[in-house]
Design a protein around this ligand. Sequence first.
Ligand code: RIB
Length: 295
Amino acid sequence: MKVLNFGSLNLDYTYQVETILVPGETQASKGRQIFCGGKGLNQSIALAKAGIPVYHAGMIGEEGDVLLETCRENGVNTEFIRKIDGPSGHTIIQVDKDGQNCILLFGGSNRSITKEFADEVLDAFDSGDMILLQNEINELDYIIDRAYEKGMMIILNPSPYDDGLKKCDLGKVSLFLVNEIEGYQITGEKEPDRILEKIREIYPKAKVVLTLGGNGSVYQDETGAVHRQGIYKVKAVDTTAAGDTFTGYFISSLIDGLPVQEGLKLAAKASAIAVSRAGATASIPLREEVLNSDL
Ligand code: RIB
């Protein structure tokens, strides 16, 4: 089975601030770093660091070589990453003194996916292969339909949630990884157990992982059986990519055939380590570090 992640690659312009800005406020930042990120790239790197061979497909722009380099350094297959004219995707991220962030996204090259390119990529994959998707690239509805036709297993992290997702046939998704906000946006429910019930009602064939911030995570299978996992407490430096780390590590556990509870635990540990470090891809730990950590 091959694993394809068709997703974004971003340059994260990350500013350290005392507090996240409010409307009309001007504040001098304490510093700026440029990190490699993007939900797609972060999840590919998390898979690779967890030991899973992964193909990343996506588009970078003129200043995006460092994104390609990061993939290569971490063992992500780059055969399906194309460089095009114009700017790469980028973000402006504020990280406050407690490690909380807010992210302004500019799609750039991530929004230049064509149907032809999607077909070219998907032609290299087959029934039984896995495709992981987020919502930072265009043509998501087309990619989902084509991957489903091929018989690929579709995993979706519908983040950031927006109206574009309404065009997608989410009934074709085998596994959702959502946080409470996305869960609300999909179901209209706020309470975690209600979100899970509603997802099962709307998408009866799907499994779901609902992440609950400080309250951990819950996995639900098609039968409604649930597994719950708490968080590992660490001093938060930067929460960027914590969710992506969780996603990559949880998927790695499925591929490795670990019991669900162990997979949730592994993912929770990996994301706690990511929270304790600055940056997106740079904060994601290697599997060995996760297994040997004192958490
Ligand atoms: O999930 C974190 C990521 O979201 C950041 O790396 C940023 O690029 C945005 O896509």
